[in-house]
Design a protein around this ligand. Sequence first.
Ligand SMILES: [Zn+2]
Length: 657
Amino acid sequence: MAESPFFAPSTLPYQLPPFAEIKEEHYLPAFERGMAEQLREVDAIVADPAPPTFANTVEALERSGQILERTAIVFFSVAASHATDAIREIEKEVAPRLTKHGDAIHLNRALYARLKQVTTDDPEEAWLLEKYRVDFVRAGADLSEAEQERLRELNEELATLGTAFSQNLLAATTASALVAEDAKELDGLSETALKAIEKDGKYVLPLLNFTNQPALAELTDRETRRRLYGLSTGRAPENFGLAVKMAALRAERAALLGYPNHAAYTVADQTAKTTDAVEEMLGKLVGPAVANARREAEALSEQAGFPIEPWDWSFYAEKVRKARYDFDSSELRPYFELDRVLRDGVFHAAGELYGLRFAERDDLRGYHPDVRVFEVSDADGSELGLFVFDPYARPTKRGGAWMNNLVDQSHLFGRLPVVMNNLNITKPAEGPTLLTFDEVNTAFHEFGHALHGLFSDVRFPRVSGTAVPRDFVEYPSQVNEMWATWPSILANFARHHETGEPAPAELVEKMQAAEKFNQGFATVEYLAATLLDWAWHKLAPGETVEDAEAFEAAALERAGIAFELVRPRYRTNYFAHVFSSSVGYSAGYYSYIWSEVLDADSVEWFKENGGLVRANGDHFRSTLLSVGGAKDALEAFRAFRGRDPRIEPLLERRGLV
Ligand SMILES: [Zn+2]
């Protein structure tokens, strides 16, 4: 058998995976060999006659499974960004096997018994040891044989259902694209937009992964808007059934592990700790947010001259925005050219704040010709890591934007990080890629995650970079959004793609004023999705749901967030964050606003301390970004902020006071 590119560490700079050599047929054998190798390594740890120590047990576990790690990290990255049919088949096959493999380690009684005997005085080691113990307990290490058997079944079934959910969704999102025979139906879209979606004399407008499709703001034909909204909210109806099953299985698993419901199980090892804490925070936001959205709706209906429907919201919001703020968001697009946004915006801000430098490495390649690789150096010129950038949407890419690691930083292995950002920007048929301001903001957001990965300076891979509680992980990325509109940064990247002229100051001011508009909508849309996720995962074991759509409606009603004009950002049938296996935000969608409390409070700190200066960047980096998950998350926050977080800056920002 030919040597597989996964069997030995990559010889490329920074151990970048050798994408040019990786073929689809390499994955399955590498997964198999990787799992077998790790189980042998675990057996060797257990069989060690020496008394259990940190080195021969915990560190040995950290060192185990290298082939599996290399394979999985590449495979799941490609499965998210470029899932061909073959990749999807492999995913279906390996997802339950990986779950089984994880259980084989976590439910290994001899290994758990060894772990319990390890002691250490070193604080970094003690923190990791505790993480391992919690992992084992949460995976069911303390259960009886019979209970563990049931747990294994539940985990495998959930993995299979989660994969089916995401694969249905990807297929349905493509299949439910809006098809227009005549360009007239799509009146309102720009020439460039139309050109990009023209196929064989027809127009195919693809769906994005959330409810409120961006084209709704532009389409003048009300019937087309209604049709598009229907396609968006009605996609993948078979996923309702899968969600019902998954919620029931998760509730059963939570009960086995000693929790009243899946939400309680999930938040126990988050910074929130209890469901009460989450509900207390959400409770402060729901009432004022709905009141704001209702006020906005009145203004929109007044503008329309009739009571609007949900599919009219964006269209009239754009009109009110124009009337009230004299601002048309499309006017700014020519000033947001992708490469400029990246180099003169995102990278430039990281240069000002942290002293970073970026050099494109054309000699290094990704899994698709559109993927670009940049070498990142630190302020003193030393090597920091690689940044891999995949900006464009394609039918094989899942929706949304995200960051992932391709190589985890760790001193244990002497590895520098390789991190990656994915966006979903429509690639124009020709000419420059011009972004909306939302897309600009997303680029800054994802790069905030990338910085968290790049600055990681920890010993163990298990706690590297963004390996923090998920109700904390969105915090550094949200903070990085502040630089998108920071005057000196914005002035540096917002230049006309043809003339190089800076964006007119008054246009920028209008955009910032207009940004405050429609916050009621944005907050309600988000909170409704959060409370929907919450309702599914607060189901008690044995509680059954007959009709998923009725459950959805009742849950929103009960939470006080039901407002017929603003539906959840994700309905159950396309809520990939919580039902798809690859994302894993079940009972965790609240994390975004939980993190935003920390974000808004930190933005205040930057402003109080002189904004965009190296000293501020260095402080944020050393106290928070570099420690990854090697320390308690809120302790890191306190080290940065000098006190506990306050919610007031968030309420202020979202107009909820
Ligand atoms: Zn994020």
